[in-house]
Design a protein around this ligand. Structure first.
Ligand code: GDP
Ligand code: MG
Length: 158
């Protein structure tokens, strides 16, 4: 079945792009619009030698859309059950309240900070991330840069 792994993060950080990179196909819908992923999309992938049962979620965020709200509740449930959390951040944006909420929600799980969009000029407060995560990897889910570092980080935390 694989290690229960959740891809978490606020809308638009690149969770679904990462899911597709790892799955090797267009598993999740990717758009420039926040709120694209509403339900959970799952796939089993082998990362390095490790089978992961990956869940791409809507992420945790505040929304008035009734369908999105259900997606966010499901994302919270998945996060609670997760054996491994890939906490995705957008390196080109400053951290916001939703990022901080995610960080406090996953304090007890084994987690890797996946600092995505590293192809863009950085704006993220990396010191804050370093304070909360032992493992940090810099990737571009769009180009695939940093995938090897992510494999190594996953092998190390499990
Ligand atoms: P999600 O809401 O977290 O699932 O984010 P998506 O995967 O749907 O991506 C949101 C937007 O960010 C899309 O326009 C993606 O093409 C873009 N994106 C995702 N990863 C990267 C990356 O590594 N670099 C850049 N420049 N854009 C990215
Ligand atoms: Mg998505």
């Amino acid at each position: 079945e694989g290690v229960a792994t959740v891809i978490a993060g606020r809308p638009n950080v690149g969770k679904s792009t990462l899911m597709n990179l790892l799955a090797g196909c267009e598993r999740s819908i990717v758009t420039e619009y926040a709120g694209t992923t509403r339900d959970i999309v799952e796939d089993t992938v082998i990362l390095g030698d490790v089978p992961l049962c990956l869940s791409d979620t809507a992420g945790i965020h505040i929304t008035n859309d009734p369908v999105e709200k259900i997606g966010v509740d499901r994302a919270r449930g998945k996060l609670r059950e997760a054996q491994l959390v890939l906490a995705v951040f957008d390196s080109s944006q400053e951290l916001n309240e939703e990022d901080r909420e995610l960080i406090s929600a996953i304090r007890d799980s084994s987690a890797i900070a996946v600092v995505n969009k590293s192809d863009l000029p950085p704006a993220i407060d990396i010191k804050y991330i370093k304070k909360h995560f032992q493992q940090i990897v810099y990737i571009s889910a769009l180009s695939g840069d940093g995938l090897q570092e992510m494999r190594d980080a996953v092998a190390e935390v499990l």
